[in-house]
Design a protein around this ligand. Structure first.
Ligand SMILES: *[C@@H]1O[C@H](CO)[C@@H](O)[C@H](O)[C@H]1NC(C)=O
Ligand SMILES: *[C@@H]1O[C@H](CO)[C@@H](O)[C@H](O)[C@H]1NC(C)=O
Ligand SMILES: *[C@@H]1O[C@H](CO)[C@@H](O)[C@H](O)[C@H]1NC(C)=O
Ligand SMILES: *[C@@H]1O[C@H](CO)[C@@H](O)[C@H](O)[C@H]1NC(C)=O
Ligand SMILES: *[C@@H]1O[C@H](CO)[C@@H](O)[C@H](O)[C@H]1NC(C)=O
Ligand SMILES: *[C@@H]1O[C@H](CO)[C@@H](O)[C@H](O)[C@H]1NC(C)=O
Length: 441
């Protein structure tokens, strides 16, 4: 992004927020880690929620929150594409000065005996858990002090978990560590084990990376909880407890005071929910691929070239569900087809382009829904999931975009704006994903 377009994006978002029906009533957020009376259920907060210490004083407005989300997405996409291509991520110079922080949602967890608390970022496209540890160079002030935990241990090179790490490094003392890239950051960590407590459940001997050094700003300040499905993920490490099953409902973007839920295990999951198969890409085992067959704008099915949607394990092409990207991104031909149909339905109304969105109107948008047709499951999104309104209410944009041109993406990403107020149930033993509408906040 050059300076001019950054500025334009900035001014756009200064005037943009989600016009919300919230009026007189003030919502005081409940910042408790767990949902009381509900087994194994964690509250999910937006990083800019009043419950989050990461909310920055300089960006108090929703407008700026959205601005940040959109610029984060660009880097998130590059990262996801690099995962798919199996290359390490090299950030494209952007001249942007804002620190990038991804992903967008956090849950409260504790580590060690006695427990030390952290707000971990939830990332469905990653397996690993990392926590900043004492002595870390480049971490924030909240770190795990391993010396204070009686259940902590570092893992040696001979440990079987060390073999599950990509490019493990064996130190002279025989301890196992690793260096990886995450977004635009690099992370150096020691492979460690301790008890992790999530919503009252103790997971003993949980293997995670104890971060010793970080460069860049993409790594969540208090650590990461990977909900991917590879060997070192939460799902793999808590199979007896949670049977590789979880669901989440992401809070509405209408207020940062809303919270959602992350429900771990089989208990209290929806019984009547429609499913689509999860596809496995052996080259990228942590990503949740699904079979997106078509997209409808209103009642019309959009003519998308089949190659833009088809799953290909060689190239990594296809569609993934990601919690760390905010606005859904489609490969260029797919996005253009959706956008063109959207514009066609809007008839003679003048299209304007604002910030990163190219399909905006100053008249009311009459399109009632956009439907994702997955194999065996149609998800019809209401306007709240595909329109973003300006603060004055005068401008409305289609809240999706094409993959950034400089990324060469083959990947479609169903992102969090499109997921809000829906429950996503990941049923790994049966290789399927359930989706249903739910007012989670
Ligand atoms: C959100 O919560 C904060 C702090 O409790 C409160 O000051 C604010 O008015 C709330 N916002 C809304 C939209 O209810
Ligand atoms: C989990 O471990 C903590 C100590 O670290 C203990 O206080 C708590 O009772 C344990 N919870 C369960 C459900 O076993
Ligand atoms: C992490 O590993 C490095 C290199 O092996 C070692 O110097 C350091 O003490 C370890 N840190 C912890 C907390 O175990
Ligand atoms: C891993 O990262 C550490 C800290 O930045 C660095 O000292 C070390 O040389 C790196 N090791 C490898 C094998 O890249
Ligand atoms: C996947 O992509 C490769 C490389 O473009 C191509 O050769 C192959 O035919 C594709 N496979 C399928 C099943 O479409
Ligand atoms: C989804 O919608 C399409 C077209 O409207 C229809 O043909 C198909 O049967 C629907 N699928 C399901 C699972 O309802």
């Amino acid at each position: 992004m050059d300076v001019l377009s950054s500025l334009m994006t900035f001014f756009f978002f200064l005037t943009l927020f989600l016009s919300s029906p919230l009026t007189s009533q003030t919502l005081t957020p409940n910042c408790a880690a767990a949902v009381s009376g509900s087994t194994s259920t964690l509250r999910v907060f937006h990083v800019d929620s009043p419950c989050s210490p990461f909310r920055t004083k300089q960006t108090p407005s929703w407008e700026e929150t959205v601005l940040k989300s959109q610029s984060n997405d660009h880097e998130r996409l590059q990262y996801l594409v690099s995962l798919v291509a199996g290359k390490s991520f090299v950030p494209i110079a952007s001249g942007r000065q804002q620190p990038v922080q991804s992903p967008t949602y956090v849950v409260k967890a504790s580590v060690g005996t006695p427990p030390q608390s952290f707000l971990l970022a939830v990332d469905t496209s990653n397996d690993a858990a990392w926590i900043p540890c004492g002595g870390c160079v480049g971490c924030s002030s909240t770190v795990f002090t391993s010396e204070l935990s009686t259940s902590y241990k570092t893992l040696g090179c001979q440990d079987s978990h060390c073999q599950q790490v990509t490019n493990p490094i064996c130190s002279v003392t025989g301890s196992c560590s690793f260096n990886i890239t995450y977004g635009g950051s690099t992370v150096a960590a020691n492979l460690s084990q301790d008890t992790v407590n999530l919503a009252g459940d103790n997971i003993t001997g949980y293997t995670f990376g104890c971060i010793q050094k970080v460069t860049g700003t993409s790594v969540p300040p208090q650590g990461l909880l990977g909900l991917g499905r590879g060997p070192l993920s939460l799902l793999s490490q808590s199979q007896n407890l949670y049977q590789s099953t979880f669901s989440y409902c992401l809070p509405s973007y209408k207020s940062l005071n809303f919270s959602g839920t992350l429900r771990l295990g089989l208990i209290a999951q929806p019984k009547t929910i429609k499913y689509t198969p999860l596809l496995k890409n052996p080259r990228r085992s942590s990503l949740y691929y699904v079979d997106l067959l078509a997209i409808k704008v209103g009642r019309n099915t959009v003519a998308i070239p089949p190659s833009s949607l088809s799953f290909n394990t060689t190239t990594g092409a296809g569609t993934i569900i990601d919690s760390g990207t905010v606005f859904t991104r489609l490969v260029q031909p797919a996005y253009e087809a959706v956008r063109d149909e959207f514009r066609r339905r809007m008839g003679t109304a003048t299209v304007i382009s604002l910030g990163g969105f190219d399909t905006c109107y100053t008249v009311p948008v009459t399109i009632p829904s956009i439907t994702f047709l997955f194999a065996g499951l149609n998800v019809t999104l209401p306007q709240d999931n595909f329109l973003i309104h300006s603060s004055s209410g005068s401008t409305t944009c289609l809240a999706m975009a094409a993959s950034p041109a400089n990324v060469n993406s083959v990947l479609n990403v169903v992102a969090s704006f499109q997921q809000q107020n829906h429950r996503y149930l990941f049923d790994i033993p049966n290789n399927r994903l359930g989706i249903s509408r739910e007012a989670c906040s």
